[in-house]
Design a protein around this ligand. Structure first.
Ligand code: DGJ
Length: 575
């Protein structure tokens, strides 16, 4: 049975075909396969400054990463921690090609960069730049400096050998914790010096902006404690809270210490401020030399249960201290969540937390399970400027439990499916998202259905599930995942869809394992409608080039996206 939205087709066909020859000519013109410029693209090159330095741009609480003067959607992947060495790079590039990434996130190690005090070794950075250019990808370089996952393991040896000068934090019990102290002036000075040299070198050798962003440190903060209790830290904790922070939090100026000002949150907020303030100074020094976009990534706290450290890493930019970090580190352009939560509700909550008018959403790391591929769409739906699963190379290392394959074809295929569809249209999609014209969703797991003795076939429809509804004024797009519209779900929640508005009645649609349909809404509510034309194709140099028209089975029950990277441009009409 056809869905009811298809019925008007017969009526409408009659009415459209019968009238005057002008109407017929118009229809002919509309259905001609002439590539047309897309409204989004027409503004893409003009909306932003022509300044070619990568930078973040903001408008109406939305964000874009501008690269070469236009919005850029980062289709990323991050390599394993020890994969940036020249001998390992041949195991990196083939995976990046298979994934169709346009950006590779890859570390730069302080221990390699400054083997002796003040003697900088640029060779590894230069190798990364040269090979990235050969493989036609951009880079986000990760400065593994004072902090890497809360520890100082990437400090050069000459620093590790002087723990008094470059100390770790002191726990509440007076014992050292394996995490650098943010209250160590010599550590701060050394990091500023090294990071400045690194940024100066990039400025000198990367005129073509192969490097589009830099991550300052990696998941800073401390595990196994809540803050530094060293004598220096104790003095600061008892001193008045900095006026800069009070102002940013809208608190009255005063001379109260941290405990009196923040009560039970004082220890955690103090460490967040201390780490943020340290990194803010490193970032500011680098940025003064070469103002690339800079970000700091966070090991997250549970966004639903709201525990306290040491249940999670203390001091990093977790969702509860984003305002503190903004005040402490204004040279850092954005704070970014590393999302290793696989529960739908938690994952989606994190995306919402980090998409703020004062913070562009970037997912610089997420677990490399195939099931996470769908969250690329959820990130886009939250305005993301980029997305990057972690640990995608053939370095034969598995962060996953021992015994699981280092990297499976299933994982590569799952993420590549997204990037193959988006690769030709990253500029258009970034511009549409920047303008608030794009919506994207993912399938959520459905509650288990109790086994029924009458269920004998896998074809038996599951429970009725309401489609997700994307609102575009007089049109709504519906997204469903079952075998028939609004019924059932995929066996695993792998569905995803994106709809972006190109004109009053024109949309760009893509997805996987999902069915997208439309209906009239708003002032047009109740009006009969039909697809005027559904063109499959892809963007080339800013123009949508159709390869075929979908009709019949391909449109009568909604637009069905399966495991192929398909993009369609849709025009609709009402009668
Ligand atoms: C998060 C870190 O930021 C990465 O460098 C890496 O250690 C992963 N965790 C491992 O899962």
């Amino acid at each position: 049975m056809r869905p009811t939205t298809c019925k008007p087709l017969l009526l409408l066909t009659k009415e459209v075909c019968l009238p005057l020859k002008w109407g017929y000519l118009l229809l002919l013109l509309l259905t001609t396969l002439i590539p047309r410029p897309v409204s989004a693209q027409s503004t893409a090159r003009t909306a932003l400054s022509t300044d070619s330095l990568p930078r973040l741009v903001h408008k109406n609480g939305r964000h874009a990463l501008s690269v070469d003067g236009a919005p850029y959607l980062m289709l990323g992947a991050q390599v394993h921690n020890s994969s940036a060495w020249p001998a390992m790079l041949p195991k990196v590039w083939p995976v990046m090609a298979a994934l169709h990434v346009n950006t590779v996130e890859i570390p730069v190690y302080w221990e390699q960069f400054e083997p002796q005090p003040g003697r900088f070794d640029y060779s590894l950075t230069d190798t990364l730049l040269a090979q990235a250019r050969t493989h036609n990808v951009r880079l986000i370089l990760l400065w593994f400096g004072t902090w890497k996952n809360g520890s100082a393991h990437y400090m050069p040896e000459w620093m590790k050998r002087q723990p008094q000068l470059y100390p770790n934090v002191t726990g509440k019990d007076g014992k050292p914790i394996d995490s650098p102290s943010p209250h160590a002036p010599a550590t701060l000075a050394a990091d500023i010096k090294a990071f400045s040299a690194f940024m100066a070198h990039l400025k000198a050798v990367d005129r073509q902006h192969t490097v589009i962003m830099v991550q300052v440190e990696n998941e800073p903060g401390m595990w196994g404690g809540i803050r530094d209790f060293s004598p220096a830290a104790q003095r600061l904790f008892a001193a008045p809270v900095p006026a800069q922070l009070l102002k940013a939090l809208g608190k009255p100026a005063g001379s109260a210490g941290w405990r009196d000002t923040f009560g039970d949150n004082a220890d955690e907020f103090f460490h967040a401020w201390s780490v943020g303030y340290f990194i803010g100074q490193v970032a500011a020094a680098g940025k003064a030399i070469y103002p690339l976009p800079l970000y700091v990534n966070a090991a997250l706290r549970d966004p639903i249960t709201f525990t306290r450290p040491p249940a999670y890493e203390s001091g990093g930019p977790t969702d509860n201290v984003l305002d503190i970090w903004k005040a402490a580190a204004p040279a850092v352009d954005l704070l970014a969540p590393d999302i290793y939560m696989n529960e739908d509700s938690r994952y989606l909550r994190v995306l919402e937390h980090y998409n703020r008018p004062d913070n562009a959403l970037l997912v610089p790391e997420t677990g490399n399970q195939a099931g996470n591929a769908r969250y690329f769409y959820a990130a886009l739906g939250n305005g993301a400027i980029g997305f990057s699963p972690f640990g995608l190379d053939y370095a034969n290392y598995a962060a996953a439990p021992l015994g699981t394959p280092a990297l499976s074809a299933e994982v590569l295929d799952a993420f590549a499916l997204n990037y193959r569809a988006f690769e030709p249209m990253t500029r258009e999609v970034a511009q549409l998202n920047f303008e608030g014209k794009l919506q994207a969703v993912t399938e959520s797991p459905q509650p288990a259905v109790p086994a029924s003795p009458t269920v004998t076939s896998p074809q038996t429809p599951g429970p009725k599930i309401q489609p997700q509804v994307l609102k575009f004024g007089d049109w709504e797009a519906t997204v469903a995942y079952g075998p028939r519209e609004g019924i059932g779900a995929n066996p695993q929640p792998i569905g995803r869809a994106m709809v972006a508005q190109l004109g009053p009645d024109e949309f760009l649609v893509t997805g996987a394992f999902a069915r997208v349909n439309f209906r009239t809404a708003g002032a047009a509510s109740g009006k009969a409608w039909q697809f005027m034309r559904v063109e499959e194709g892809q963007y080339q140099n800013g123009l949508f080039k159709p390869t075929r028209i979908w009709n019949g089975d391909e449109t009568d029950w909604g637009l069905r996206f399966t495991s192929a990277p398909q993009v369609v441009r849709v025009s609709l009409y009402t009668r």
